[in-house]
Ligand binder design. Structure first.
Ligand SMILES: [Zn+2]
Length: 314
């Protein structure tokens, strides 16, 4: 078994090596071997929008890898929220592409295998063809520029975020090198059938048909966490087994059985909401999943809260 599992670490030009040192040490102490650098609030140009920060510099990025000896880690980057492939406004698309460009540059400095990003919200229903065209153009341009990190749009957690698992796989299948980020909690939150063995096997089948070159050095990114689900899908991330019962044991059991562990990169996004007394964090949940993966335990049935699901999804 060659498992790649870790957590997200927020990064920006304001990143303090000293502050983050403890976090990297904790990651290493727990023998996690993957890091997703979160550039969620980074923007190009002037950062006069509240809450935004500049991208990390080349010196900082390379410094992180060297100073913390992260060469052995499987690294990736989560792009800024400001990237949108669903917008049809040429100005906004240009702005998105520039932010993606800055992200890809940082990803290469950090040895990142891929850039995960949210594709945007549905501007109109059924604008798949538009998003396909935008991403195809971005990919061609990425190749031209010689950026190494691949693009990996993420399964959205809300009904109005682009897009569900199968739509993204379909789009990615028409574009060279394009991956997707399969966030199982988002998939679950938007009503995807990941609560049955059948539903999960259908997803693995689609993955097999689309990517025949997944390996320990070219993994399909996956995210997991607990999740509170509401009427419009994702509400917020929580620790595993809290919230609305993400079927993580069922999904990971099937990945084990189907020999998928050396084809995926697992990033834990568990979060304890502010003011909450819930215990744990992304690191303890990632360790929990790693131990589950290493054990003989198989959970083949979802014992969630069907009443709850029916309420939201019927
Ligand atoms: Zn995610």
């Amino acid at each position: 078994m060659n498992i790649s599992i870790g957590v997200t670490v927020a990064t920006s030009r304001f990143f303090s090596q000293e502050k983050t040192l403890g976090l990297f040490e904790e990651i290493k102490r727990n023998q996690l071997n993957a890091i997703e650098f979160g550039l969620l609030n980074c923007v190009i140009g002037r950062t006069n929008i509240p809450g935004t920060v500049p991208f990390p510099s080349e010196k900082q990025s390379k410094g992180i890898i060297n100073r913390f000896s992260l060469q052995e880690c499987y690294t990736s980057v989560h792009g800024p929220y400001r990237i949108s492939a669903t917008s049809e406004d040429p100005k906004k698309l240009k702005y998105s592409k520039s932010n993606l460009s800055a992200t890809l540059k940082v990803a290469d400095w950090l040895n990142g295998h891929h850039v995960t990003f949210h594709a945007g919200s549905f501007k109109r229903k059924h604008n798949n063809a538009h998003v396909q065209k935008v991403m195809k153009e971005w990919e061609e341009w990425r190749q031209q520029k010689g950026f190494k990190a691949k693009i990996a749009p993420e399964v959205g957690g809300k009904y109005n975020s682009f897009a569900d698992f199968f739509t993204l796989v379909e789009i990615a299948s028409t574009i060279d090198n394009c991956l997707i980020t399969w966030d199982i909690s988002h998939d679950f939150a938007r009503g995807g059938i990941v609560t049955t063995e059948d539903g999960i096997l259908k997803r693995l089948e689609a993955i097999d048909q689309t990517w025949n070159d997944l390996s320990p050095s070219n993994r399909l990114p996956m995210h997991f966490s607990g999740m509170v689900v509401g009427k419009s899908g994702e509400k917020h991330h929580v620790p595993l087994d809290k919230g609305t019962g993400v079927p993580w044991k069922l999904i990971f059991s099937i990945l084990k059985e189907q020999n998928y562990l050396d084809k995926v990169n697992l990033i834990c996004e568990s979060k304890v909401p502010k003011k909450s007394k819930l215990k744990g964090n992304a690191i303890t949940d990632a360790v929990r999943v790693r131990e589950f993966m290493a054990s003989d335990q198989l959970v083949k049935e979802y014992k969630g809260k069907p009443g709850h699901l029916d309420y939201y999804f019927s």
